[in-house]
Design a protein around this ligand. Structure first.
Ligand code: NAD
Ligand code: UDP
Length: 311
């Protein structure tokens, strides 16, 4: 198949590019490298079935090739990044999604949207099911991301209903693993890099907020399965093993064998207090369940950063 993927030089996108090439597909990777990295795709660039287009997907893109799938993964994704670039974040979700849908429609391709658990905002329903409509602050600092993804879903379903476009939407919960940027700012990469450098771990708030962390290989397996079934409505993908951010910090210090200490910093505004996916839909539709537990996933990620940073 011919696959066009935006954000292909990013963390999740680069794993998907490798997976598609591995099964014989041709990949067009569209990325403007705002957070993506050449390192993530260097090993793919020798493959004749891989093509990189350096382009900002919030601008229209015209390509000659036949395309079977358009996967839209380009977005600022770390709170640190989207708080720094709120307008670019909105443009990737609003204009970028529109442009990708336009490509899919013109090419008769299927469309796949990387949505997020952030569409549920600071959730009042726990664990979060796909039916929950969310609790998002419209004007808060995170709204540039949350609302851009909610609007991305909305325009995706407008194309589905009005044009009959064949669409997939996954709502991804906190995912971690190799190819995350060391300065990405998200909690797993921050804590691992801090622990490897024996620096203080920066826990925001009192660390009593929860998250549920999915290892990237599990997520990629879920995404590939989602492409193989005929189901158009949103599906949560994430690992339901929930833990306190404080416990994550302690676990990472122990696994690294670090002498780091934990320091508390103010909790960012609107930081969700808890998050855990209900994955019944993914389990029944895809026969999917995460396989890599937190300890194993963290150990693999620690080894990645140890090598990358030479620590
Ligand atoms: P990432 O920052 O590593 O990757 C995003 C990629 O998109 C980068 O390569 C970046 O350069 C590129 N990009 C951003 N804006 C662009 C634009 N306008 N034009 C072209 N390229 C652009 O983040 P990630 O964690 O790999 O996230 C990938 C997708 O998955 C995002 O859409 C994100 O919202 C979604 N997601 C990720 C998580 C997670 O925990 N990792 C959770 C929920 C949703
Ligand atoms: N967090 C933290 N220290 C850090 C980075 C993040 O305590 O150095 C917290 C953050 O406040 C949030 C959780 O960890 O409660 C997850 O943050 P992340 O940025 O990874 O993603 P989010 O789930 O908030 O989108």
């Amino acid at each position: 198949m011919n696959i066009l993927i935006t954000g292909g030089a990013g963390f999740i996108g680069s794993h998907l590019c490798r997976e598609f090439l591995g099964r014989g597909d041709a990949v067009i990777c569209v990325d403007n490298f705002i957070t993506g990295s050449e390192d993530n795709i260097r090993a793919l660039e020798d493959n004749s079935r891989f093509r990189l287009i350096n382009h900002d997907i919030s601008q229209p893109l015209f390509i000659d090739d036949n395309i079977d799938w358009v996967l839209h993964f380009a977005s600022l994704a770390s709170p640190v990044h989207y708080l720094h670039y709120p307008i670019k974040t909105l443009k990737s979700g609003l204009l970028g999604t529109h442009n990708c849908l336009g490509i899919a429609k013109a090419k008769g391709a299927k469309f796949f949207l990387a949505s997020t658990s952030e569409v549920y905002g600071d959730p009042e329903v726990h664990p979060q099911t796909e039916e929950y409509h969310g609790n998002v602050s419209i004007t808060g600092p995170r709204s540039c991301y949350d609302e851009s993804k909610r609007a991305a879903e909305s325009i995706t379903y407008a194309y589905f209903r009005q044009h009959g476009l064949d669409v997939r939407v996954v709502r991804i919960f906190n995912t971690y693993g190799p190819n995350m940027h060391p300065n990405d700012g998200r909690v797993v990469s921050n804590f691992i890099v801090q622990a490897l450098k024996n620096c203080d771990l920066t826990v925001y708030g009192d660390g009593s907020q929860t998250r549920s962390f999915c290892y990237v290989d599990d997520l990629v397996r879920g995404i590939m399965k989602m492409m193989d079934i005929n189901y158009n409505m949103p599906v949560n993908l994430g690992n339901p093993a929930e833990l306190y951010v404080m416990d994550l910090a302690k676990k990472i210090i122990a696994l690294v064998g670090s002498s780091s200490e934990i320091k508390m910093f103010p909790l960012p505004e609107d930081d969700p207090k808890k998050r855990k996916p209900n994955i019944s839909k993914a389990e029944s539709l895809l026969g999917w369940h995460p396989k890599v537990d937190l300890k194993e996933g963290l150990n693999r990620t620690i080894e990645y950063f140890r090598r990358k940073l030479d620590l």
